[in-house]
Design a binder for this molecule. Sequence first.
Ligand code: HSE
Length: 317
Amino acid sequence: MKKNTLVTAFAPASIGNVGVGFDMLGLAIAGAGDKVSARQVDKAGVTIKEVRGLDGEIHAELSSRADENTASIAAQALLDEAGIEMGVELVVYKGVPLQSGMGSSAASAVAAVVAVNQLLDRPLPTERLLAPALQGEKFASGGLHADNVAPSLVGGLVLCPQVLLPQMISVTPPKHVSSVLIHPELQVNTAESRGKLLTEYSIEQWLTQQGYLAGFIAACEQNDVELFAQCLRDTVIEPQRAASVPCFAAVKAAAMRSKAYGCSLSGSGPSIFAICADADAAALADAMSKACSEAGFECQAWVSNMDAPGATFETST
Ligand code: HSE
């Protein structure tokens, strides 16, 4: 245990599902994320000293109770995984909007496990951080899906089907493509959204979506941007969730008119992402933002390379 050391980790926001891979495909984004600071304290167990926004103010909505925050739940799971009993105090700095579909709970959980791991005498390898971070995510969303935690941890585009966990398979997208993410000023509760999804699907639906996901992964493998665009579709989940984001139809129509290869909800929404050629990204972000605002919702937008980095940390004393 490294006494007197303060570790601060940053974990990026992420696009869950990437449209085509419900619960098993995720993409890190640049320019938004959470930070968590961790230091050893004498009192046993994980506590949260405070939760602050990026403006430095105490966060009005998030609990600092250790059993109610994804950061502390994940940090405790990491100590359990490492078989270590110790006292840790966290400070959480929220940069990702809550209930945004941008992997907010995952970013806190990942930043916490990365920070606390560096306090250990023998830090665990990255792949062993996934399971504890998922415990934090599960508290928030009610499911054991890694499509936000995995890209937030390792960066880039990651395939992480539940049946293959803890494997996180990095996928290299076609060259010269970027993501655009817009966040309308709305909130969608992921656990509630998941609770409303159908639990039974037809063989036709299964074959269609499986075909698109297979084609999408092959398109990445072969650097085939036409196949990539053909396959970047969600025919199963998006139709069930679109109505919960009133601006979605208008934003998607604007994106597809502005040369997006595909456009869908990020996670359970309300954020909406599109993927396009690098050269079209700025104009696409403008078109999506304008459509969102014309539909009555102000928004923030991020443009990212497809290889945005995962979590990072720095230490100080
Ligand atoms: N895959 C999850 C869902 C991500 O769509 O419910 C939530 O951000």
